[in-house]
Design a protein around this ligand. Structure first.
Ligand code: URA
Length: 188
């Protein structure tokens, strides 16, 4: 566990802990405020993210940005990361060994950011952070509190592109996040 961002970021350069390093163009480390109260965790970089080295900059990210705008969430005030930092081939789900190899980096980011709320975007984030026993369909929209952090599982934004109906849930879940954030600010 590194105590500074500099050490952590240096440690990840040239990472070859899993096979995803073979085809990547850029490591997608994460982006946003290092003092964010709210952190978003996705699955892994897609083609646009791999090209730009930034999380959620493609179609799914644009949809997420729209929801952020509508709900008054400022993208530069939250922190956004993924379960794996290198693009899985053809956007497949990261395999267990890949997620496991990468999770220490993400855990270190969580320790440094110290978010009060973590939004888990989709099944991969949910299962790797809270456990394989969780399913996204039954868990989404329901808070899970663990060691002082409130977790909100919700649909992955890419799922909204495939099924319009999920947009209503996503919006509702993020509204819950904003409400919890406001509640926690008041009780500071
Ligand atoms: N999907 C993800 O899970 N993460 C990204 O950064 C982009 C798309």
């Amino acid at each position: 566990m590194y105590e500074t961002w500099e050490e952590l970021e240096n440690s990840i350069q040239n990472c070859s802990k899993c096979k995803l390093c073979q085809n990547r163009h850029n490591i997608v480390f994460g982006e946003g405020s290092k003092e964010a109260d709210i952190m978003f965790i996705g699955e892994g970089p897609g083609a646009d993210e791999d090209t730009q080295g930034l999380p959620f900059v493609g179609k799914a990210g644009q949809l997420m940005n729209k929801a952020f705008q509508g709900l008054g969430i400022k993208r530069n005030e939250v922190y956004i990361a993924n379960i794996v930092k290198c693009r899985p081939p053809a956007n497949r789900v990261p395999e267990d060994d890949e997620a496991l190899a990468c999770l220490d980096y993400l855990r270190n980011q969580v320790v440094l950011v110290k978010p009060k709320i973590i939004v888990l975007l989709g099944s991969t984030a949910l299962k790797n952070i809270l456990g394989k026993e969780y399913g996204i369909t039954s868990s989404r929209g329901n808070w899970v509190e663990q060691r002082g952090i409130y977790y909100m599982p919700t649909w992955h934004p890419a799922a909204l592109l495939r099924d319009e109906n999920k947009k209503i849930d996503f919006w509702k879940d993020l509204k819950e996040v904003v409400a919890k954030y406001n509640e926690l600010q008041i009780s500071k």
